[in-house]
Design a protein around this ligand. Structure first.
Ligand code: GYE
Length: 323
């Protein structure tokens, strides 16, 4: 664990400022005390993409909490759902010798080499949202995210209770991502025998729509869709309506996330049940990053609390939703 220290990077910043002031004879302002000041914590954050409403809300929350005013020097990079972009960003953070690296891995595997490089550089990792599957020992200091398996189980329990005879098509998230693997595990553990078919919609609305168009042909008996996120569920609504059926009735929809558009679909009776996955944990993340940078003890995992919503959700609930 690294001790708190003026980073090499901030020292360089201070030196260049001094050089600049020498050249331009600037007055003794407070420039050195702001963003790249001696005590700012430099954080490289590799976000996996901007594929969903959840992700947009999560990005906003992270940026709103890891601010200059709160003592951070944040380098935020969006990987556009490509692992190679994330690996490049992580290597850049190592080259920049940031104090802490935070990242949300698009899939679970394929990180061994870069995680080893980060470890060799002595930079602590805070894992955000999704999980990794790696041979590197102690690859991260702490992880913050939701209990995806429990989310899948909660969705499965609703189906077991409210639609025990339904023929379920499972609309999977990005294959190999922690969110897909664990939601599927939890759901299938409860009602796996009701699942007639599965395909991935990569967590996006457009791909969700395409996957459901195909599913309605391949598995015409489908009368319930379990979608791993709201965006794909909204794509499913479009596909079901285009096929002349009524979402929420002919084909019921059980979803995960609970972004405003998802809850609106509940109010409009197009979704039947939504398990929440709360993306607004920027403040908790900021707190963890501070402690990690200071070498303080942190819990190995922080589980973000979720609830669930059914069709009793009101328009007022939707309007009050922050994301
Ligand atoms: O459910 C989905 C997003 O990893 C929890 O990723 C996240 C998931 C979220 O694309 O909307």
């Amino acid at each position: 664990m690294r001790a708190p220290r003026p980073t090499r990077r901030s020292l360089i910043a201070a030196v260049s400022l001094a050089t600049l002031c020498g050249l331009t004879a600037c007055g003794g302002g407070d420039a050195a005390g702001t963003a790249t000041g001696d005590d700012a914590i430099s954080v490289g954050f590799s976000q996996l993409g901007a594929e969903s409403g959840w992700r947009t809300a999560n990005t906003e929350s992270v940026k709103a909490s890891l601010t200059e005013a709160a003592g951070f020097d944040l380098n935020f990079v969006d990987a556009q759902q490509k692992q190679e972009n994330q690996i490049k960003a992580l290597r850049d953070f190592v080259a920049q010798d940031v104090d802490v690296i935070a990242f949300s891995p698009v899939i679970e595997t394929g990180w061994d080499e870069v995680l080893q490089e980060i470890k060799d550089a002595g930079i602590p990792v805070v894992l955000v949202d999704r999980t990794v599957d790696t041979t590197v020992e102690d690859p991260y200091v702490t992880w913050i995210g939701a209990d995806f398996e429990q989310e899948g189980r909660t969705a499965g329990e609703w189906v077991a209770e409210n639609a025990p005879d339904a023929k379920v098509f499972e609309l999977q998230g990005t294959l190999g991502s922690g969110a897909q693997v664990d939601r599927e595990k939890g759901f299938d553990a409860v009602v796996g025998d009701q699942v007639v078919g599965k395909a991935s919609g990569n967590f996006t609305r457009a791909e969700g729509k395409t996957a459901v168009e195909a599913a309605l042909q391949t598995y015409p008996e489908t009368d319930l869709i379990f979608t791993h996120n709201d965006d794909m569920g909204l794509g499913a609504v479009e596909a079901i309506e285009a096929a002349g059926k009524t979402p929420g009735e002919d084909v019921r929809i059980v979803s995960v996330d609970g972004v405003r558009d998802g809850l609106q679909a509940l109010v409009d009776k197009k979704f039947n049940y939504v398990v929440e996955c709360n993306p607004v944990f920027g403040d908790q993340l900021a707190d963890l990053v501070k402690k990690v940078a200071a070498g303080e003890d942190v819990p190995k995992e922080t589980i973000v609390e979720d609830e669930a919503f059914d069709q009793t959700t009101t328009q007022a609930d939707v309007d009050a939703r922050a994301y």
